[in-house]
Design a protein around this ligand. Sequence first.
Ligand SMILES: *[C@@H]1O[C@H](CO)[C@@H](O)[C@H](O)[C@H]1NC(C)=O
Ligand SMILES: *[C@@H]1O[C@H](CO)[C@@H](O)[C@H](O)[C@H]1NC(C)=O
Ligand SMILES: *[C@@H]1O[C@H](CO)[C@@H](O)[C@H](O)[C@H]1NC(C)=O
Ligand SMILES: *[C@@H]1O[C@H](CO)[C@@H](O)[C@H](O)[C@H]1NC(C)=O
Ligand SMILES: *[C@@H]1O[C@H](CO)[C@@H](O)[C@H](O)[C@H]1NC(C)=O
Ligand SMILES: *[C@@H]1O[C@H](CO)[C@@H](O)[C@H](O)[C@H]1NC(C)=O
Ligand SMILES: [Ca+2]
Length: 608
Amino acid sequence: MLLQAVFLLLLHCLASTLGQYELCKSLVSTDEGSVWEQYACQPKTASMKDHMRIKVDPPGITCGNPPERFCTLENPYLCSDECDASNPDLAHPPQLMQDKERTGLLTYWQTVTWRRHPEPLLANISMSWNKSLELSDDVQITFEYGRPTIMVLDKSMDHGRSWQPYQYYADDCMDAFNMPPKRVHDLSPANITRVICTEQYSRWVGSKNDKNVKFEVRARFAVFAGSRLQNMDSLYTRMESMKGLRDFFTFTNLRMRLLRPALGGTYVQRDNLLKYFYAISNIEVPARCKCNLHASQCLLLDGNLQCQCEHNTTGQDCQRCRKGFKAKSWKAGSYLPTPNGTPNSCTIAGSPSGSKVPPPSAEELTPSETTPEPTHLSVPVPKESTHHPVVDQHNQHHYHPVTLQSVLTRLYHHKSLHDTEGKHTEPRHSERGDCECYGHSNRCSYIDYLNIVTCVSCKHNTRGQNCQHCRLGYFRNASAELDDENVCIECNCNQMGSVHDRCNGTGYCQCKDGATGAKCDDCVPGYYWKQGCYSNICDEEMLLCQNGGTCYQNQKCICPPEFKGILCQQSRCEAGKDCNAASSLHLSTAALLLCTLLANLLNTLAPH
Ligand SMILES: *[C@@H]1O[C@H](CO)[C@@H](O)[C@H](O)[C@H]1NC(C)=O
Ligand SMILES: *[C@@H]1O[C@H](CO)[C@@H](O)[C@H](O)[C@H]1NC(C)=O
Ligand SMILES: *[C@@H]1O[C@H](CO)[C@@H](O)[C@H](O)[C@H]1NC(C)=O
Ligand SMILES: *[C@@H]1O[C@H](CO)[C@@H](O)[C@H](O)[C@H]1NC(C)=O
Ligand SMILES: *[C@@H]1O[C@H](CO)[C@@H](O)[C@H](O)[C@H]1NC(C)=O
Ligand SMILES: *[C@@H]1O[C@H](CO)[C@@H](O)[C@H](O)[C@H]1NC(C)=O
Ligand SMILES: [Ca+2]
């Protein structure tokens, strides 16, 4: 008993002191016994160079076949090095960019030299993982014998089907790419995902001084999380609220296009082309598996990385609900509210929560009176019923509220209808096209009062006489036929940011003040996201925190101990008062201590 209690406490301890989002669930004691509490979770960051598949192009770019001599930039008369693919000691194959180097032994991939000058010396290095990953620190490429004077880093998010530039590198950005040179710290929070050209990693700085070319992830994180990444909550909040931010760090493939080698700080010397080539000793890609906040583990299975999905999700990226757990549509977990986020678990179909099963409600059969109908599927109503404009869904305003009740009464009391009218009143299967439901239902009902046939229990989130409309909260999938199961797409309006869960014909939700974006999951400038958009309390421009205070997520100023007030504008130290700042115990240190104690206790108690 005691052991168990201590263990539980320890688990809880771990949950609160582990890095954020590292646990998907933990046992929590309640009055009803222990229950699992679910959290948003993500795998730890790892060195993804260990799992990358690397390919170099064009074929024959790797040196050594035939064997070749090369010189160094610093001393062009030093041409004693040799590359020979057939000799393991002198070969420089691509895998040397990702090997683990024993200390002191530098291993690198090397290309042929620029013998063919002025024809450009081009090489592509493609790295693939067959898994969506999210960068968690700087990508760092180590060049021996000088860094390229022109190169491009590309990324793909769809396994190499499409590519986009990630960053341009040149010793002269204007000259090479017609782009002004930038650095990451020229970027503001609003344009942090901009693709820039940088000159920082392409200039000649003398032989071995700086061999690295970086793609700066840390500096981009720091824009939100502070220079020492001390405020990760702020970053995670941005990840949720700022469009494209998470995607910016997401990739399945990377590609380096090497366009011109190091030149030694001068022009190409045509009499000694053997000193121009590319050589890479290491490529560091710190990243984590993208599991949509549904997994804390990512394992290598059959040579492929695979999220170990929790929350009843499945798929390589936990991007689907498990079979039988589709009561609600799938959702990624959310970093918010910090610190534990929201798991957005998939739930078992048929469970009372989130059930969306027919029978159709009055709302499904009738257009909403209050909102303009945005979800028309523009399809003509079958000829037979067009004579009856009273139920033509396109002329819904003719619909008389009194008839509604009678229609419903008749629809669901077929028997009495049958008794009194003696007509086709039972739900029936399609007959000569007068029960046309585009495959979303195979039941129709004849409403003699209106003299029409109408589909009953339209599935796939459709509604209408012929199941030709989308239910409220769904919109028409423009690329799907009317009889496609996927014809209606959930609006997925952000609950906090939107007025209601309905959207217009292209999926745009109606946003509350301050919110913006198709799903209202973004804030307009001057607003910050905290389960909805709120106008900034402080910022870096107009609403500056005073007296050395720092603006915390635009929500409040964190004031130095001597100051208070919304913008730290007020001194605490009125004349004659004690002005010593109270020192607060560092909470996480205390918690960690407690955990260590508990862990030790558990160790002592555990049977050996
Ligand atoms: C590198 O990749 C780009 C984009 O696919 C392609 O246009 C180019 O020809 C490739 N270069 C080499 C040297 O293979
Ligand atoms: C990529 O990963 C998926 C899922 O793990 C696997 O089914 C597929 O075979 C892999 N493809 C390659 C080329 O390894
Ligand atoms: C980013 O935005 C800041 C201010 O909003 C601006 O000064 C800077 O030039 C922008 N950077 C780029 C690359 O557009
Ligand atoms: C997954 O489904 C099972 C069965 O309904 C349920 O017991 C469990 O709590 C679910 N897990 C999560 C994380 O919702
Ligand atoms: C739209 O319909 C197409 C064709 O059936 C389908 O592939 C696609 O997944 C649908 N889009 C959505 C968001 O459901
Ligand atoms: C939906 O709303 C968006 C934004 O207001 C607008 O651009 C779009 O044209 C609208 N679509 C329809 C079908 O009304
Ligand atoms: Ca190496």
